[in-house]
Design a protein around this ligand. Structure first.
Ligand code: NCD
Ligand code: ZN
Length: 359
């Protein structure tokens, strides 16, 4: 059986629900799920309850993570009209600034008309620290122009549509500093899968797009910097309710989906490692930890099952798919923290990757 030692993965877009949504996920359950997927570092999103928008709320997530995280992590600060004056001061405690320019789960949001807030944040946040935008459709153009005028780069989260990747490609070809990520759900699922998944279980932001959008993402892989999951855990009882929250869990299936695509000849293993290990570390300024790697059986066939997931969400939109390639073990800073489906890691082993915590 071909067992490869590979660099460990980093996922720049993960929702861990602490504080305020621990019944869906917490730093322990989410980081264990990440390890099982070969991810040794993740960047946690700020649309929690309360949202992470100031020092006190950021401290809630920092404390929870310090106690419970099993893999390394960074924490995003959320941008809003109220924190223009002090967001930059908090930058050293964060992995970057997240701007929500479209509606999604939670209340954290910059109003669609509030161009002033976007421009102020882009001017003030340190130029060498990432700004990540949830920007769909025309908001992609808005984010790219505001960043360009502020003489800084911007990272567009979860690009899902042909027109969006075409715009990002055009900007890149003109030398504009923009990077982007695409999620497995938009590479492997489309609106054609929605009836099979059902109403609540196909709800995700950005929405599943058309098969033509899906094909455009694959065709423009050269312009996609990162594959990130947007791991957005919600319980099945919530997904199957009358008001399903949007979001899919993803950290336990992302690498296997990409390895399956490698096996199918859609891209190379190097293409995948560039987008799941090297580029994200470089773009987010995160050092490669020493003595850290994963071992992968690239031939192993397995079927994701919600019941076997380590995420508290306990479901997957890829239920029963046959995937080729499985993470067999994960070694983080010299410790084999995951092997053969078992964890050998204490809650709190994970380290904060923010510059203020790096020595
Ligand atoms: C995310 C969540 O549940 O927090 N949901 C989603 O559908 N992706 C929020 C987000 O990333 O937009
Ligand atoms: Zn998200």
């Amino acid at each position: 059986m071909p067992r490869l030692r590979l660099p460990s993965l980093i996922d720049v877009h993960v929702h861990l629900r602490e504080p305020g949504g621990e019944h869906k996920e917490d730093f322990e359950s989410g980081t264990r799920a990440a390890l099982a997927g070969g991810i040794t570092a993740l960047l946690a999103m700020p649309n929690t309850q309360p949202p992470l928008i100031d020092s006190a709320s950021l401290a809630l997530a920092e404390r929870a993570a310090a106690l419970r995280a099993c893999c390394d992590y960074g924490i995003y600060l959320g941008a809003c009209a109220e924190n223009i004056a002090f967001a930059a001061d908090l930058a050293p405690r964060t992995c970057g600034l997240k701007c929500y320019l479209n509606d999604t789960f939670g209340t954290l949001r910059i109003d669609a008309d509030d161009l002033h807030t976007v421009r102020e944040h882009f001017e003030r946040f340190p130029k060498d620290r990432p700004i990540v935008c949830h920007a769909e459709g025309q908001m992609v153009a808005s984010a790219i122009l505001c960043a360009h005028l502020a003489n800084r780069s911007v990272h567009i989260a979860h690009v899902s549509r042909a027109d969006e990747i075409a715009l990002i490609r055009a900007a890149k070809e003109r030398g504009i500093a923009v990077t982007c990520e695409v999620c497995p759900q938009h590479l492997f699922l489309s609106l054609a899968d929605a009836p099979r998944l059902g109403k609540g279980r196909s709800e995700v932001r950005p929405r599943l797009a058309t098969p033509a959008d899906q094909a455009a993402l694959w065709a423009n892989m050269a312009y996609i910097d990162c594959i990130a999951t947007d791991h957005a855990p919600h319980l099945l009882s919530e997904k199957d309710s009358a008001t399903p929250p949007p979001g899919f869990p993803g950290v336990e299936t992302s690498f296997a989906l990409m390895l399956t695509a490698v096996h199918d000849g859609r891209l190379t293993l190097d293409d995948v490692l560039a987008r799941m290990a090297y580029n994200p570390r470089r773009l987010f300024g995160i050092r490669d930890p020493e003595q850290t790697w994963i071992e992968v059986d690239t031939d192993a066939l397995w079927q994701p099952r919600g019941a076997h997931m380590h995420s508290r969400a306990a479901w997957t939109p890829f239920e029963g798919w046959t995937l080729r390639g499985r993470v067999e073990s994960v070694t983080l800073r010299g410790v084999t923290v995951y092997e053969g489906g078992r964890f050998r890691v204490q809650a709190g082993f994970g380290r904060n990757l923010a510059p203020i915590h790096q020595t």
